[in-house]
Design a protein around this ligand. Structure first.
Ligand code: ADP
Length: 578
């Protein structure tokens, strides 16, 4: 029976444990795969976004280049339109009226050393290098500052654009378009020697200038210095505003100074009303697109991509695994609780069966004795008055035993259902003890126990339920009679407990000189239906309810019941009352 119960339990565990662990391991494996997939997807997304940011940075740089070239073209067109006879006045007016012109000056001839008086010092210094005598004025700049890519998209685009403009403005009549095409190669394929040009230039203080020059038909050199501060403001305005929320772009000068930033940045978030703000951008750019070396060499557009949220990949796996582990633990925990409950119910039902058997036996014994003695008396088979008195005493004793048993069973069911009510009244504990023990004297005498009653010097009153108290005392004395009769003595004492020692006001101790109770069993004997497995319990009848009821009653009265070994041998039950 026991073996099969254990086997059943093992089977339950296997059925619970294996699927739960299987589900857990499977889920964690799936989670791991999902995490790897998310990681790969994340990386791909990031790469795509980086490529998009690089492409947009390039586009912005090209747009800015176009804007600069447009400004250059506009200025150059004005230079070309300067009247041959009054260029000085024209340039002065131009300088004061055009916000893009920082300085303008005309050099009467190719004698570059003779700068007109009042010429801007940087312009004069640049002109002294005779840029119009070199084929490529850009080289001047390239010597000073390494341009990142000389042949860039923007440059190609600009030269194609200039070429197309040349073609479209070419007006030499041809015999027929086809003939012209076939007979002579296009004359603009090799442009004539330049009579104008642009030259970005670094002065000795590393300040960037953008100069333009044009040689008039009369040989005069007209020069212009672009107002870069103004140009920079215009470029900043031309940066795009509609961006993805995770990207930002910064325009940087050749010195690495941030000139304008658009897109996400902590600075912009704290000033949400500003659509653009000059601010320092995050340190390492994700993409760099330089402006053309012909326009603003060294300037660049830097793209930044906000780092991807680090939440998803690493935490996803750990959080989900934790949840799975929790689920598995919950299943196992729930299963374990159910199994424990099932085991408890099984044990309780076994205890109840043995309780019913015990109680029936307990009832049967006194009833049989009473019936036997009553029949003896009825049939007048006992004639001696002394023997008749003995018979009556036995009947009275067995009736008391029955009453005790019935009271215990009734109290037990009331306590179990929480229906037990206590009728408290002021009780003089000394009188109560004397009276209760007097009623128990025959039982003590029968067991051969001498009563040693110790009472306090002063009367002790307490608000308590005397019936419940008597029921507790009865169970303790009955146990002493059953299990400690060999000791020959039972000490019952009452004492007041000082207020400082705890909530209890009084203590009643019932101490015997029996075999005592092993330390490991001292708490267990208060469990319901529990009877110790020893030779004493084998010879004494009982239900295993007495001490359980006694403790529940004591606690119901606001006190407690516990057992300690009695010095010199035996057990000492201490009932504390408050
Ligand atoms: P019952 O007496 O009906 O068996 P109890 O709940 O009154 O049930 O007691 C539980 C067990 O505690 C007893 O079976 C007995 O083994 C042990 N016990 C109780 N009182 C004593 C005692 N005074 N000395 C030794 N053992 C005791």
């Amino acid at each position: 029976m026991l073996r099969s119960a254990q086997q059943r339990l093992l089977l339950y565990w296997i059925f619970l444990l294996l699927p739960a662990l299987g589900i857990g391991t499977g889920s964690i494996w799936l989670l791991h795969r999902e995490q790897s997939r998310i990681l790969a997807q994340d990386q791909l997304n990031r790469q795509n976004r980086l490529a998009a940011v690089a492409a947009r940075a390039r586009l912005i740089a090209e747009n800015l280049d176009t804007l600069v070239v447009d400004v250059q073209n506009g200025l150059m067109a004005t230079l070309r339109a300067a009247p041959a006879d009054a260029s000085e006045n024209f340039l002065r007016d131009w300088q004061s009226s055009n916000p893009f012109v920082r300085a303008a000056a005309g050099f009467p001839s190719q004698k570059i050393s003779s700068a007109p008086s009042g010429t801007d010092s940087a312009l004069a210094a640049w002109a002294a290098t005779g840029p119009w005598q070199n084929d490529s004025s850009a080289r001047l700049f390239a010597n000073n500052l390494s341009a990142t890519n000389d042949i860039d998209n923007s440059l190609l685009y600009q030269s194609s654009r200039a070429n197309l403009q040349n073609i479209s403005s070419f007006n030499k009549p041809a015999a027929s378009p086809q003939a012209a095409e076939e007979s002579s190669p296009p004359q603009f394929a090799t442009p004539p020697r330049a009579d104008s040009g642009w030259s970005p230039w670094l002065d000795p203080q590393q300040k960037l200038h953008l100069f333009g020059w044009h040689q008039t038909a009369a040989g005069e050199i007209l020069t212009v210095a672009v107002n870069l501060d103004r140009l920079q403001r215009e470029l900043a305005q031309a940066l795009p505003v509609q961006l993805e929320p995770d990207e930002s772009y910064t325009l940087r000068s050749h010195e690495g100074r941030p000139l304008a930033t658009v897109g996400h940045s902590s600075a912009r978030e704290s000033y949400p009303s500003l659509s653009r703000k000059i601010s320092s951008a995050p340190p390492t750019p994700d993409a760099i697109a330089p402006l053309s070396s012909q326009t603003l060499p060294g300037w660049s557009v830097q793209g930044f991509l906000r780092p991807a949220s680090t939440f998803i990949a690493p935490t996803f796996f750990y959080t989900s695994s934790l949840l799975v582990a929790l689920c598995v633990l919950t299943i196992l925990g729930g299963g374990a609780l159910l199994l424990r409950q099932a085991r408890r119910s099984e044990a309780e039902s076994a205890q109840k069966t043995s309780f019913v058997a015990n109680v029936s036996h307990e009832f049967k014994t006194p009833l049989t004795t009473i019936r036997l003695y009553a029949e003896l008396l009825e049939q007048e088979r006992v004639r001696e008055p002394a023997a008749r008195a003995d018979c009556l005493r036995v009947i009275a004793r067995e009736t008391q035993r029955l009453a005790r048993l019935v009271n215990n069973v009734l109290d037990f069911s009331r306590l179990e259902q929480g229906r037990k009510k206590f009728a408290r009244e002021s009780v003089d504990l000394e009188n109560f003890l004397r009276a209760a023990l007097a009623r128990l004297a025959p039982r003590l005498a029968e067991a051969g126990l001498r009563l040693d009653l110790q009472l306090p010097e002063f009367p002790l009153r307490l608000d308590t339920d005397p019936d419940a108290l008597e029921q507790i005392l009865l169970n303790l004395v009955e146990n002493a009679c059953k299990y400690a009769a060999s000791g020959g003595e039972l000490a019952v004492s009452l004492r007041a407990v000082p207020a400082a020692s705890g909530p209890a006001a009084a203590e009643i101790t019932v101490a015997d000189r029996g075999p005592g109770i092993p330390a490991a069993q001292r708490e267990r004997i208060f469990e319901k239906f529990l009877r110790l497995d020893n030779s004493l319990t084998a010879t004494q009848s009982g239900t295993g309810l007495g001490l359980s009821i006694a403790r529940q009653l004591a606690r119901g009265l606001g006190g407690d019941l516990r057992v300690t070994p009695r010095p010199g041998g035996g057990s000492c039950f201490i009932l504390s009352l408050s």
